[in-house]
Ligand binder design. Structure first.
Ligand code: C2E
Ligand code: CA
Ligand code: CA
Ligand code: CA
Length: 277
């Protein structure tokens, strides 16, 4: 028994060690990924379930690693945040997404806002406003076609500074949405002070098994948004049952695998032909 205890311990160490090694090697590679053009943006539609049209897109980052293939943002975004690499990566993305969306608008392929996820780091860096303004000027994209998604925890952390930066961005015409709403629960008392256009209801409330028990929470989020003059997007919609229930609660705009998965640019031309007004 003494031996088996020892064994378990060494297996655990091995696992922890393997994890540590992968992290270190990914961090090293992440430092070169931008210069090597290994990042790609995919776009997931936001869908108006009454009109049956695409009303927006969310831009999501993918890393095409030369040896490991596509690496999920769940794995590399935390490393990018810890190392600060998320700042230049997001700045690259702002330029890329604005030019892409300007192209879709100019060619009359689609005229919808595209959102980009913002890490807390972006509000500490101090140059977010300038970079957003520059990306809009360079691309000639109208500001209301760009949206920034922030989480509750970002808005709450250093709230005064974040709200000041968001207000300037809003005055520029850029849209702001509160992502993963309902999972932070600390913000309710200050929600009216954060300048946002849209609340995105987190996937945990939408998941099938839980959805009926979460009905009261969902309908209250919708009521709060309505009272504060905000729009609502339900995330992680996968089934017709979820759509029916959300509709019955008055939720109109939805995002999830049922309507469309995140897609690379070359698939979106066809998507828009089939799915726009
Ligand atoms: P998020 O911002 O909450 O994005 C939604 C995630 O849910 C995406 O995962 C999306 O592919 C996934 N999703 C969408 N519909 C469904 C569905 O119906 N069912 C299920 N199970 N999942 C669905 P993804 O692309 O892997 O991104 C994960 C997270 O990584 C994002 O969560 C976001 O927090 C972060 N992330 C992704 N791209 C960026 C980025 O460019 N910058 C920053 N800062 N974070 C990013
Ligand atoms: Ca998001
Ligand atoms: Ca989300
Ligand atoms: Ca999330």
């Amino acid at each position: 028994s003494k031996d088996s205890g020892k064994n378990k311990c060494s297996v655990f160490d091995l696992e922890a060690n393997r994890h540590q090694l992968r992290r270190m090697s990914l961090e090293k590679d992440l430092r070169k990924a931008l210069a090597r053009s290994e990042f790609m943006v995919v776009y997931q539609p936001k869908w108006d379930s009454y009109m049956n049209v695409t009303v927006g897109l969310e831009a999501l980052l993918r890393w095409r690693h030369p040896e490991h293939g596509i690496i999920s943002p769940a794995e590399f975004i935390p490393i990018a945040e810890e190392t600060g690499l998320i700042v230049p990566i997001t700045y690259w993305m702002l330029h890329d997404v604005c030019s892409q969306n300007r192209f879709w608008h100019k060619e009359e392929i689609a005229s919808v806002p595209v959102s980009i996820n913002m890490s807390a780091r972006m509000f500490e860096d101090g140059s977010l406003y300038d970079v957003v303004a520059e990306a809009l000027t360079c691309s000639e994209l109208e500001p209301h076609f760009l949206e920034l998604e922030i989480t509750e925890s970002i808005a709450m952390h250093n709230m005064k500074e974040t709200v000041a930066q968001l207000s300037r961005l809003r005055m520029l015409g850029v849209r702001v949405s509160l992502d993963d709403f309902g999972t932070g629960f600390s913000s309710l008392g200050n929600l009216d002070e954060i300048p946002v256009n849209t609340l995105k209801i987190d996937q945990v409330f939408i998941r099938n098994s839980k959805m009926h028990s979460k009905k009261a929470i969902i309908s209250n989020i919708i009521a709060i948004a309505t009272h504060l003059n905000m729009e609502v997007v339900a995330e992680g919609v996968e089934t017709p049952e979820q759509i029916e229930l959300l509709k019955s609660l008055g939720c109109r705009v939805m995002q999830g695998y049922y309507y469309g998965r995140p897609m690379p640019v070359h698939e979106l031309g066809e998507w828009f032909i089939a799915n726009t007004a």
